[in-house]
Design a binder for this molecule. Structure first.
Ligand SMILES: *Cc1c(COP(=O)(O)O)cnc(C)c1O
Length: 366
């Protein structure tokens, strides 16, 4: 790889593809296909390429800029915007993406008009809010009427289907009951419009619960998955949603590499009158006596917080970070360490999101 610049994120594309394939195969057994969500990895084109190579049917992101880069890179898959569109981005949306999640009549009208202007037909998935209280129609009858309106009155749009999002704002679990409600709404719409819907989208990584607990209704045929593929078992899905199947995935597709810039033995409690740290917090500093500490040249400005990074170096423990420094207790590290060495970290979703979105972090592929 030659001389790297740090901090760096190194992507193991073979592992990433394997993660995608494993989840896609698990879902396929239950009749569900996957839209690969790239926003968690800064919309990197190389990640979209992995998803495409591993069999993604759709590439999805919350950001049009990311989808545009994917399109420009020549990836020939349908592109889907999964953050409901801003009215102000309707023209770009129609020209860049093939499909979007929607929740407002007003925006659908604009999409329809713009699609007509651009001589395109844009696919829409209408969102049902099943209680998580983020996006979507909370009133299911209203959603059904809107679907009928799109079907009958909006020639520039294709009603591709419906979807839901759970476990975001309201931390509502994607239980069997919620999936059944979504499926019932789909059936009601199908009865009204006299045809099958192409897509019934049951949620994000959290909805894998329905796959692994085997309760996904037949009607639900798509999930929008990012985090599970990108970070595997490292995130808290496993403990929150109870599926251990995710342990089969790699948790190190992305690794942070940071360089040691100080290595010294110091007391573990700061000396002096304690006020607040660089972020206005009052952390606890347990007295563990003098300890060997390493500082690496990466900080909260890059990874977002110490709770999001996990050092792979045996015995190392992250004890704090400011904007541009991360401090590790390396007292129990047996490997010889010196200034200039590189320490690696696995990444929890938030760190991956922050690091891949940062101009100060280089990305390398292996
Ligand atoms: C982010 C997002 C997803 C993907 O979520 P993961 O937890 O990364 O799988 C799916 N749908 C919507 C609407 C999203 O915003």
């Amino acid at each position: 790889m030659g001389q790297m610049k740090y901090p760096a994120v190194v992507i193991d594309h073979a592992k990433l593809r394997e993660n995608f394939r494993i989840i896609a195969a698990d879902c396929a057994k239950e009749g569900v296909f996957i839209a690969g969500v790239i926003k968690g990895a800064g919309g990197l084109v190389s990640v979209a390429e992995d998803f495409a190579a591993a069999g993604a049917k759709i590439i999805a992101s919350s950001r049009l800029e990311q989808l545009e880069r994917v399109r420009e890179a020549g990836i020939d898959l349908p592109l889907m915007l999964i953050r409901i569109p801003m009215l102000s981005e309707v023209p770009e949306l129609i020209s860049i993406a093939d499909m979007s999640l929607n929740n407002e009549h007003e925006v659908l009208l604009e999409l329809n008009k713009e699609a007509g202007k651009q001589n395109k037909r844009h696919k829409v998935i209408l969102m049902q809010d099943l209680g998580d209280l983020r996006e979507g129609w909370f009133d299911r009858q209203e959603l059904i009427e809107e679907a009928v309106t799109v079907e009958n009155e909006m020639d520039g749009l294709i009603l591709a289907g419906i979807g839901t999002n759970l476990g975001c704002y309201g931390s509502v679990m994607p239980t069997e009951d919620k999936m059944k409600q979504l499926a019932e709404t789909a059936v009601d719409i199908e009865n009204r419009i006299g045809r099958q819907l192409e897509i019934v989208s049951g949620g994000a990584t959290s909805s894998l619960m329905g796959i692994y607990d085997r309760y996904m209704p037949e009607k639900v045929n798509m999930l929008r998955i990012g985090a599970g593929i990108l970070t595997g078992p490292l995130d808290d899905f496993r403990t929150t949603y109870g599926y251990t199947e995710i342990d089969r995935l790699h948790d190190d597709c992305f690794k942070l590499r940071a360089e040691v810039i100080e290595l010294k033995r110091k007391p573990s409690r700061p000396i002096g009158t304690l006020g607040v740290d660089a972020f206005g917090n009052k952390p606890e500093y347990p007295d563990r006596g003098e300890r060997m500490r390493a500082i690496v040249a990466v900080g909260r400005a890059d990874h977002g917080g110490t709770e999001y990074i996990v050092p792979t170096l045996e015995g190392a423990e992250v004890i704090g970070a400011s904007g541009d420094h991360t401090i590790l207790d390396v007292e129990n590290v047996t490997e010889p360490l010196k200034v200039g060495d590189i320490i690696e970290f696995k990444l929890i979703y938030a760190a991956l999101l922050n690091l891949t979105g940062s101009e100060n972090v280089k990305i390398y592929d292996i």
